[in-house]
Design a protein around this ligand. Structure first.
Ligand code: PGA
Length: 263
């Protein structure tokens, strides 16, 4: 981790928790961090990416409780690339922004796999989010076949290039790139420390080569895929990453707080 940056911790709840459950979780989270005098939030940026239906509850509790004094934000897990129109069932970036959302996960492997999102669609979504003033957590990563075939670097380069490096003008500190090897998401174990290090360094080098050091330094790189209470101590030491993204390990409030206390 670079010492001048806050460590980013993204909690991706996926399709879990009703608004009532969200309210209960947030209350527990607030009480626990307040009891510890907010110490566990120091030098961290925490982003809860909740289901659409939980956004207003989550935004209200965070705003009322933290009053903007601590870096706790609410994110969404998807949005449409058009801002208005006949797209039944979809939610736009402007709608999210106006609901108090600051971050949106784009290109998660579950969206790519189960909902057929292509690089093209993902690029349009990134553009829509940035245009609405949202920050983007762009997920990239190879699947197990691509890994076995030695295609990891090609896949990552293609995904990063088509969703980030294609834009001439963009605010680099509004983008976080999450390296999430598909085979490690929802799996038994994470990628090894050397794999995380190697691919993250590769992502940084691709960005650096194309856009130069100033742009590249502003982009935060995070790792996701089976991050847990057991491996967080080691993952946090990696110099190549600025944060991590947690799925299952963020669903139970006391487990999540325990992980935060180790960072
Ligand atoms: P996991 O999910 O931590 O449960 O593996 C990670 C993710 O959402 O990508």
């Amino acid at each position: 981790m670079k010492k001048n940056k806050d460590f980013v911790v993204v909690a991706n709840w996926k399709m879990n928790k009703t608004p009532a459950e969200t309210r209960g979780y947030m209350r527990e989270f607030e009480n626990t961090v307040a009891a510890e005098n907010f110490k566990i939030l120091e030098k961290k940026r925490v982003v809860f990416c909740v289901p659409f239906t939980s956004i207003s509850v989550a935004v209200d509790s965070m705003k009322n409780f933290f009053f903007g004094r601590h870096k706790v934000y609410i994110g969404a897990q998807n949005c449409h690339f058009e801002n208005i129109g006949a797209f039944t069932g979809e939610v736009s970036a402007d709608m999210l922004k106006d609901s108090g959302v600051d971050y949106v996960i784009i290109g998660h492997s579950e969206r790519r796999i189960f909902f057929g999102e292509t690089d093209d669609v993902i690029r349009k979504k990134v553009r829509a989010c940035l245009g609405s003033g949202l920050r983007v957590i762009l997920c990239v990563g190879e699947n197990s076949l691509e890994r076995e075939e030695g295609m990891t670097r090609n896949v990552i380069k293609r995904q990063v290039s088509s969703a980030v490096l294609c834009f001439d003008k963009m605010d680099a500190d509004k983008i976080l790139v999450a390296y999430e090897p598909v085979w490690a998401v929802g799996a038994r174990s994470s990628a090894s420390l050397s794999e995380i290090d190697e691919v993250s360094a590769f992502i940084r080098s691709v960005i650096l080569d194309t856009r130069g050091p100033e742009f590249s330094n502003k982009i935060s790189l995070i790792y996701g895929g089976s991050v847990s209470n057991e491996n967080i101590n080691e993952i946090v030491k990696l110099k190549s990453i600025d944060g991590c993204l947690l799925g299952r390990a963020s669903l139970n409030c006391s487990d999540f707080v325990s992980i935060l206390s180790k960072i």
